[in-house]
Ligand binder design. Structure first.
Ligand code: C2E
Ligand code: MG
Ligand code: MG
Ligand code: MG
Length: 292
């Protein structure tokens, strides 16, 4: 019986492996055409002051609707783009589009609202990333202070000296630097004092259990107080409830992002939110909770 089970498992394993491989190939092939076919879009998720719910920025989040595969999550296609090298043209498109679109609201007078762009490790390792960022900003005409770059801990682990140099080159341009998914990267904390960082984005994993789960409370307190003592802004992501907002605000977290305030929105809807000037959620849950 055990033998039979084992063999079935083995066959099942094999079959699922090749399904994965086929899917991966389909994603990679689809991605090759995605830029040319205009299948990529950026959505904007507001970042708000936790006390007042005023919008102070937005994170650009890429969406892909493939003509063959339908909508594919960035959680699936970004790693494929990284492994295939396609992340270089796609990442360039994301950076340039986010800056160009942020210039739209900048030109409407919202100089106080930055755009945050996720960088992949492959882009970060590119020798002339800072030059590329500078070139995009100047061709678009967006002030560097309006661009925040989100990096992950895992990008900063190896070759500390080259990493410090790369971060310093970016800082010199005048952009701000945030650590995304903070607390999930298994890296040494010592990098926090060596690198010129502006903000920590506390991962949703530490927010979900608040305020009832004691372990989550302990972790959240430790992370927020450490970040504050080191002089970083704290952005809490994945805020879904008013209690999470209230709890983290009381701890001293400055900025929040999550479905409580707004889902990621198409550019036009995000600009409409900026235009009506109202703080999010309290006055207008209906127009911010549109599923997407
Ligand atoms: P991330 O940068 O940590 O982005 C936050 C993710 O959490 C987004 O998922 C967002 O839609 C989701 N989220 C925001 N608020 C809530 C909430 O209250 N509850 C829950 N459950 N989820 C929330 P998304 O858009 O699917 O992106 C997933 C990841 O894909 C991102 O994580 C980022 O690592 C990557 N990604 C997305 N866009 C880009 C991009 O333009 N470039 C690169 N390199 N990576 C990207
Ligand atoms: Mg991010
Ligand atoms: Mg994040
Ligand atoms: Mg995340």
């Amino acid at each position: 019986y055990a033998k039979k089970c084992g063999r079935n498992n083995y066959q099942f394993y094999n079959a699922s492996l090749s399904m994965d491989a086929l899917r991966r190939m389909a994603v990679e092939n689809g991605l090759r055409k995605a830029l040319g076919n205009g299948e990529l879009e950026l959505l904007y998720q507001p970042k708000v002051k936790m006390g007042s719910f005023e919008i102070i920025g937005a994170e650009a989040l890429v969406r892909w609707t493939s003509s063959e595969l339908g909508s594919v999550s960035p959680v699936e296609f970004i790693p494929v783009a990284e492994q295939s090298g396609l992340i270089i043209p796609i990442g360039d498109w994301i950076l340039e589009t986010a800056c160009r679109q942020a210039k739209h609201w900048y030109d409407q007078g919202r100089h106080d609202v930055h755009v945050a762009v996720n960088l992949s490790a492959v882009q970060f390792r590119e020798r002339d990333l800072a030059g590329r960022v500078m070139q995009v900003l100047s061709s678009v005409g967006l002030p560097p202070g309006c661009l925040d770059l989100e990096l992950t801990e895992s990008m900063l682990v190896d070759d500390a000296e080259e990493t410090v140099a790369a971060l310093n080159r970016l800082k010199k341009i005048g952009v701000t630097l945030s650590i995304d998914d903070f607390g999930t990267g298994y890296s040494s904390l010592s990098y926090l004092t060596r690198f010129p960082l502006d903000a920590l984005k506390v991962d949703r994993a530490f927010v979900t259990g608040l305020p009832d789960d004691g372990d989550a409370v302990t972790m959240a307190k430790a992370i927020v107080s450490m970040a504050q003592n080191l002089g970083f802004k704290v952005v809490a992501e994945g805020i879904e409830t008013e209690r999470q907002n209230a709890f983290l605000h009381a701890l001293g977290s400055d900025i929040g992002q999550g479905f409580l305030y707004s889902r990621p929105l198409p550019l036009s809807a995000f600009m409409a939110l900026l235009k009506n000037g109202r703080p999010l959620f309290r006055n207008s849950p209906a127009d911010t909770l549109r599923p997407r």
